[in-house]
Ligand binder design. Sequence first.
Ligand code: NAD
Length: 371
Amino acid sequence: MRIGVPQETARGERRVALVPDTVGRLVKAGADVLVQRGAGAAAFFADADYERAGARLADTAAAVLGQAEVVVKVRRPSLDEAGLVQPGAVVLGLLAPSAAPSRDVLAKLAERGASALAMELVPRTTRAQSMDALSSQATVAGYQAVLLGATHLAKLLPMLTTAAGTLAPAKVFILGAGVAGLQAIATARRLGGVVSAFDVRPVVREQVQSLGATFVAAEAAETAAAEGQGGYAKELADEQQRRVLAAVGGHIKDIDLVVTTAQVPGRPAPRLITEEMVASMRPGSVIVDLAAETGGNCALTRLDETVVARGVTILGPGNLPSTVPLHASQMYSRNLQTVLQHVTKDGQIVLDAADDIVGPMLVVHEGKVRN
Ligand code: NAD
């Protein structure tokens, strides 16, 4: 099986789909891996490391795509790249299948007679956990959001007792305690912040508490009890939303650093922080909104911009995993390797649409766009 790793072309993307360590494992298992020169450079993986791991290098994306039976990507290929994919090849990546610009790319892959597996559609089951790229990348994002917030904060996070006086610890509030939120809680605790969290799924209360944070507004969470299919949250009804906003509004005015991660699959991000709530916060406080790409949890968030309103800094970073490219790539690469192992039978890729992991991920199959 020939696996191709082209360089990522999405603006600002620094991750690479396969790191040399994973390449080595795949080569040992009998694969022929072809890497575009410089593909790992932005994540600090040198061409020489890929060669040492047993990969061959190619000068251009066209050379990689023209030979690969399996194309591994971090982000969706461009339309031009999709046009170079070989008939019968399989493309794996975070293809953003429900985003509008993906339609043409998936159609192009279908037209080429290729297949495509969307890494964000790995089912969130225990069996598929090691393939779950949404979780691995959300882990990186949650960690990095706290560090980003801390560097913009006018305060230190830990309590410090020094000859120059005692500093009270900063108060950190995490909204949405899924994968990114739980990692944000753990990171803020390690930095010495006093951490509280809220989620509309009451089941996360124990997980929040086990990380040493306080679960706030438990009553609003119990009333909402918005756990839907697959462990994800559901959109709230108006009355539930009103209660959540009242609970969040009552708590937020005393907070120094807020990290929001709330998402509802397939819907715009729930609006949890209003302009009035921002105005109630102390100048020098910071909000890091990880839901910026889906519209933001805060009314004032702008994607990839820094907004300062009444002295409160609001950050809406779009692709935080890419800012920690080495470890984010390492984790993503392992996710890809596990998917590849799952679909490989006797050295050949077999895409079984009836398989409970492959089926949901298979967005293009046998010349047709599915899902
Ligand atoms: P996500 O990114 O879709 O959402 C992040 C968080 O926002 C979720 O915890 C959600 O409940 C919360 N949220 C949504 N609306 C909200 C609102 N109005 N107010 C406050 N919080 C709100 O979710 P995710 O982090 O990708 O995963 C969610 C859950 O999926 C996990 O906690 C887990 O239960 C499940 N999961 C399972 C596995 C597995 O078993 N392999 C892997 C990953 C996730």
